[in-house]
Design a protein around this ligand. Structure first.
Ligand SMILES: Nc1nc2c(ncn2[C@@H]2O[C@H](COP(=O)(O)OP(=O)(O)OP(=O)(O)O)[C@@H](O)[C@H]2O)c(=O)[nH]1
Length: 265
């Protein structure tokens, strides 16, 4: 089920909002749901159904531009599985670990490797941001800030330490950074496809153009010719909304009713 949060769309006269799909990845308990809900509702929810996977929509304004943002709060089992559902869908990824868990940090590295491999295979790069969550629990940290930054550096992604139960503005800033990263990639892929120039050598046994076409002064086949070729098209992300069967079996009610019964700080 897809649920809508945020401000109503701006009135007519504005350009169509940019569509951005964002997937939140990470080990169970890293705080993916808590961060997603914090961003969408400004609230921290202390308990969340670990089997829930859902995609939410929110109307955002990032750098004065309207953005229709979809956020997939994934619920992988212990290891990434059926990853195509988000790999082929998202324009950007938030990879979350909990700084009080070394295992969670190691799993975030596996997710970054998965994304790098997918980018290599598809020739389509989708930016990732690495988030060390639970900054409010820093006294229990098992992962230093330097280790987080080093891992992010290895994969060329932005890095933030955050907390789902501290200030909303910081969490919002991180999600908006993800939108900016996605927007940069989308702009790159929507540019006219670049042309490159290559040299083609004349075939040695080909009859001269002058003879074949009767062009007295045409000597193309005796020289190297310059031709323009289009670069291969970059695959476009397919837009799908995916729900895991686990998620559907766990919850049938609209998202906002989820907030009932949970502790809200
Ligand atoms: N102190 C603190 N607790 C957090 C924070 N973020 C999440 N938690 C807690 O960590 C536990 C797991 O959070 P979730 O948001 O359910 O984690 P998840 O990554 O969505 O986990 P799964 O749903 O199992 O995939 C919950 O008890 C949250 O209340 C945080 O920033 N600080």
């Amino acid at each position: 089920m897809s649920s809508v949060f945020g401000k109503p769309r701006a009135g007519s006269g504005q350009s169509a909002p940019l569509e951005v799909n964002l997937a939140i990845l990470g080990r169970r308990g890293a705080g993916k749901s808590a961060l997603t809900v914090k961003f969408l509702t400004r609230r921290f929810i202390s308990e969340y159904d670990p089997n829930l996977e859902d995609t939410y929509s929110s109307e955002e304004t990032v750098d004065h531009q309207p953005v229709h943002l979809r956020v997939m709060d994934t619920a992988d089992p212990d290891t990434p599985r059926n990853c195509e559902r988000y790999l082929n869908w998202a324009h950007a990824f938030l990879v979350v670990y909990s700084m009080d868990s070394r295992q969670s940090f190691e799993d975030s590295s596996s997710y970054l490797e998965l994304l790098a491999l997918h980018a290599k295979e598809t020739q389509r790069s989708s930016p990732a941001l690495l988030l060390g969550n639970k900054l409010d629990m820093a006294q229990y940290r098992q992962v230093t800030k330097a280790e987080g930054a080093a891992l992010a550096g290895k994969f060329g992604c932005l890095f933030f330490e955050v907390s789902a139960c501290l200030d909303f503005e910081h969490v919002q800033h991180v999600f908006h950074e993800a939108v900016r990263e996605a927007r940069r990639e989308l702009e790159k892929s929507s540019l006219p496809r670049p042309l490159f120039i290559c040299e083609e050598r004349a075939l040695p046994h080909q009859a001269p153009l002058t003879a074949r076409h009767g062009l007295a002064s045409c000597t193309f086949n005796t020289l190297s010719t310059v031709s323009l070729k289009e670069m291969p098209a970059v695959a476009q992300a397919k837009l799908v909304t995916v729900k895991s069967s686990r998620a559907q079996s766990k919850r049938k009610a609209p998202t906002l009713t989820l907030l009932k019964g949970f502790k809200i700080f």
